[in-house]
Design a binder for this molecule. Structure first.
Ligand code: AMP
Ligand code: MG
Length: 318
């Protein structure tokens, strides 16, 4: 069934067929995952990858995450190791991306890996993403479905807002459960977390039975393409705020300012997972309401708070 937006579709068997046809022709589509909505295309096709970079305005140096149905497909393109096997068993399918060495005869197009000899691989859990991945004979290169540096989309309408009619197909899968991007963990050497997410460091350490060193921010250790400014709602963002200035949108945890104008709670009962899942939605609401600035109170740097702080810190860089 078509929605009132002519390129947003409710997922069903007929649309699955259309999706597969589109992807096989090298087209790029918007689709839901459990983290955020993605802009997906054939990871083996130069044409598809070029379209993704162009639509997003993404720097060519920023590699794309490659999405597979399961490990049997991924092992064609990357070299698996013991760290990977443990984490895969524990967390996949799910919101975690593994950086692995590429196989010599990997078919992932070099532009999708930004010319690196590694590939970022993920196994999404979302039913719609999985039913597509199961039916196609190539993996999906899929960054978040937003213009480069913008906030990631968490609903099909957010995707529409970003690209309007520039993509012919956006699959609707409701609001993303997790709401922020996957954890990125580099497994090419000693495991290193390149981007924090809901699957946090202590969960990964527990699964691997080892301590992971904190990634320092030196250039060498940063993930390629991990720009300082990112996830930006397009208006100034101030973090660690303790007092509202009376006119900016004020984001906080809890219910202290319930029903008060200009105040937006990430989670009424201060649940950090819930807060992460609401962050981008609230950024978009604030922007739509015409606020000129966002203040955010201090967010505890524990559990999913670490991922939230990573995103809001970057959103605050101008
Ligand atoms: P996005 O697609 O916007 O969620 O961002 C994906 C991020 O994953 C990139 O910005 C990189 O930092 C990281 N990434 C993807 N592939 C690789 C790779 N081969 N090596 C290191 N980092 C990667
Ligand atoms: Mg992104």
């Amino acid at each position: 069934m078509k929605n009132s937006y002519s390129n947003i579709f409710t997922f069903n068997k007929k649309i699955l067929k259309k999706t597969i046809k589109n992807l096989s022709l090298g087209k790029v589509i918007g689709l839901p995952t459990e983290t955020v909505y993605g802009l997906g295309g054939n990871a083996y096709s130069k044409k598809s990858i070029r379209k993704i970079f162009k639509l997003k305005g993404r720097p060519k140096t920023n590699p794309l995450i490659i999405h597979y149905y399961n490990v049997n497909y991924a092992m064609e393109d990357v070299v698996l190791n013991e760290y990977f096997k443990k984490l895969y068993k524990k967390f996949c399918p799910g919101p975690i991306t593994f950086i692995l060495k590429k196989k010599k005869n990997s078919k992932v197009h070099s532009s999708a890996r930004a010319g690196l000899n590694t590939v970022g691989v993920r196994f999404p859990k979302h039913k719609i993403a999985r039913s597509i991945l199961k039916k196609i004979n190539f993996p999906l290169a899929m960054p978040s479905a937003n213009k480069s540096t913008n906030v990631s989309p968490v609903s099909s309408k957010d995707v529409y807002e970003e690209f309007k009619k520039k993509i012919s197909l956006i699959l609707d899968g409701g609001k993303c459960k997790i709401g922020i991007e996957s954890t990125v963990v580099d497994l090419t050497n000693n495991p290193k977390i390149l981007r924090p997410g809901i699957i946090n460091k202590s969960k990964i350490e527990k699964a691997l039975k080892l301590k992971i060193n904190n990634t320092n921010n030196s250039k060498k250790n940063r993930s390629p393409g991990m720009m300082k400014k990112h996830y930006s709602p397009g208006i100034p963002v101030l973090i660690n705020q303790n007092k509202s200035d009376g006119k900016s949108a004020f984001i906080y945890l809890g219910s202290r300012y319930k029903n008060k104008k200009n105040f937006f709670s990430l989670s009424k009962n201060s649940n950090l997972d819930k807060a992460a899942s609401n962050l981008y939605k609230i950024f978009r609401i604030i922007k739509k309401n015409g606020y000129k600035k966002i203040q955010i109170s201090k967010i505890p740097n524990i559990g999913s708070g670490i991922a939230i702080n990573d995103r809001i810190r970057r959103a605050s860089k101008s």
